[in-house]
Design a protein around this ligand. Structure first.
Ligand code: NAP
Length: 259
């Protein structure tokens, strides 16, 4: 049976580059986002790069709509999904006091709700299938609060803590699936524009140091190939490392609820 990699947010940035990289490895891709033209461009680019063996299935869904989360999942669940990457997400550089509440609502739905629901659905059906893995894209801002991006960081803390906990749960249960957190730092994508509500975001002016999408996806692939639960960029040095869990975890069984 053909195996597939699902990548949400595959129309731009890290997800777009990741789709190309998995296709180069001969993986079949299910590419999810809202923008049809960009997904078509991805499909053409992959075909043109001589990855004829890779099948690219395009799925257009707005993942801030809960019904779309279930609709997308139901439309692919009969396929052999070897890897699921929850990458779609966006940020908002703004104080909490001044935040646009509609944007905040959508950020919570996409960065938190969609990640939790897709993870739960995927684990439920695939946890005991050989070589499966779930990668949730958090951020280095999911391990350190960045001033002026408090709400965004909190959504990424959710993704990181949820995925670390899920990874521990899967390994305690002896499941075949691995769950992993990817935590990049500044990467030159469309993220800066969306997070600042502009169209001319300049990574050179804003950061000076940042990674390209190709570099970020090099890191993602290292995480994919490893047995570690976390791949994280150091915000000071910009070095990438594979890591063990970072969130505190209850170690004493005697302190847990008794059922
Ligand atoms: P990007 O270039 O803006 O890509 C975001 C992707 O998410 C696009 O494909 C976009 O596609 C999709 N998306 C946005 N809203 C969506 C929705 N409502 N429904 C479905 N898809 C939606 O940004 P990126 O930097 O590659 O972001 C990828 C992930 O990396 C995000 O989770 C982000 O938080 C994380 N990250 C980024 C950085 C960075 O500096 N770039 C750093 C750390 C973590 P459509 O617009 O076509 O729907």
């Amino acid at each position: 049976m053909k195996k597939y990699v699902v990548i949400t947010g595959a129309s731009s940035g890290i997800g777009y580059e990741a789709a190309k990289r998995f296709a180069q490895r001969g993986k079949n891709i299910i590419a999810v986002a809202r923008t049809k033209e960009k997904l078509e461009k991805l499909k053409t680019e992959i075909a043109g790069a001589g990855n004829a063996s890779a099948e690219i299935i395009i799925k257009m869904y707005d993942l801030t709509e809960k019904e779309n989360i279930y609709a997308l999942y139901n439309s692919v669940k009969e396929l052999d999904i070897e890897t699921w990457i929850n990458n779609a997400g966006f940020g908002d550089y703004c104080s909490v006091e001044n935040q646009n509440l509609a944007k905040l609502e959508d950020m919570l739905k996409l960065n938190v709700e969609a990640v939790a629901l897709f993870s739960a659905l995927y684990v439920r059906d695939f946890a005991n299938k050989e070589n499966t893995q779930l990668i949730n894209v958090s951020s280095v801002g999911g391990y350190t609060i960045v001033p002026s991006a408090v709400s965004y960081c909190a959504t990424k803390f959710f993704a990181a803590a949820f995925t670390e906990g899920l990874s521990r749960e899967l390994s305690a249960a002896g499941a075949k699936m691995q769950a992993k957190v990817f935590a990049p730092a500044a990467t030159k994508t469309n993220f800066g524009n969306i997070a600042n509500d502009i169209t001319n975001y300049d990574y050179n002016k804003a950061f000076g140091t940042y990674h390209s999408c190709a570099q970020a996806v090099d890191f993602l692939m290292q995480l994919y190939e490893s047995d570690k639960p976390l791949g994280i960029v150091n915000r000071e040095t910009f070095e990438f490392s594979l890591s063990d869990y970072r969130f505190p975890y209850v170690q004493k069984p005697q302190t847990l609820q008794k059922v």
